[in-house]
Write a protein that binds this ligand. Structure first.
Ligand code: M1P
Length: 254
């Protein structure tokens, strides 16, 4: 299969570079730097580029800017369950259709009861965020402040709250093929097994790319970049920070 004609102006039309967002293109839940924007615009002359984040698209607009649909060839939110190619939205699947209302209600009820019994110093609001391809569960609540977010992360590191929560869910719902992924600071994602970041590969493969690079920071087993980073069709790059991403990009595409 030859690469899609829309990318024939690139120096390497058969290569795509995909990036995780938090910790790779931006600091966690913060804004992209001008230096990163400039670096991405430069490498886009050479290869196709895309991001693949766990968050929903509204958070990626906040972090990467209002022009993401123009700045990236591919935009993958929720691991690719919400997908755009050259500014146009692609067909997708939904979590609620997959799980069905009955099982979903049981899952939510269990989560809410577990949260109510959880002893933590602070609770705020939006404990479950319902998204297209997943739900996101946060013991402190998504609308905590940045300071509260950092506090929770430290508290969780010391007490393993999210890990225990995930174990309880696995025990309660063994019949559901769900994956629980701790990708950020204050929450974890719940989605059908297989709907991890490798989900987005089905979209890029249709364009005939021969080389697929991926950059991510949570590339360790259990991290939400692990599956795509270790995928046999992908050249994985593990980074420590956005600066690290820029450094490797400059080496790869001088
Ligand atoms: O992109 C990584 C994660 O970012 C957020 O996590 P948190 O708010 O816990 O830092 C969430 O949007 C989560 O869904 C996502 O996987």
């Amino acid at each position: 299969m030859s690469p899609a004609t829309e990318f024939s102006d690139r120096q390497h039309p058969d290569t795509i570079v995909l990036f995780d967002v938090d910790g790779t293109l931006t600091p966690a839940r913060a804004f992209v730097s001008d230096e990163m924007k400039e670096t991405l615009a430069n490498i886009r002359k050479k290869v196709a580029i895309g991001f693949v984040g766990g968050s929903d698209i509204s958070k990626q607009y906040e972090q990467l800017g209002e022009t993401i649909l123009e700045d990236f060839d591919y935009c993958f939110a929720e691991n690719g369950l919400t997908a755009y190619r050259l500014g146009k939205q692609l067909a997708s699947q939904s979590f609620i259709q997959w799980i069905g209302e009955e099982e979903y209600t049981k899952l939510v009820n269990f989560i809410l009861r577990y949260l109510a019994d959880m002893e933590i110093p602070k609770k705020r609001g939006t404990f479950i965020e319902f998204r297209n391809g997943m739900i996101n569960v946060s013991p402190i609540g998504r609308n905590c402040t940045r300071e509260e977010r950092n506090e929770f992360e430290k508290f969780d590191l010391a007490h393993g709250l999210r890990q225990k929560f995930v174990e309880a869910l696995k025990k309660e719902f063994p019949h559901l093929a769900l994956t629980y992924s701790i990708g950020g600071q204050i929450s974890f994602d719940v989605f059908p097994t297989g709907w991890d970041k490798t989900y987005c590969l089905r979209h890029v493969k249709q364009d005939g790319f021969k080389t697929i690079h991926f950059f991510g920071d949570k590339t360790f087993k259990g991290g939400n970049d692990y599956e795509i980073y270790t995928h046999p069709d992908v050249v994985g790059h593990s980074v420590q920070s956005p600066d690290d991403t820029i450094r490797i990009l400059k080496e790869l595409f001088p």
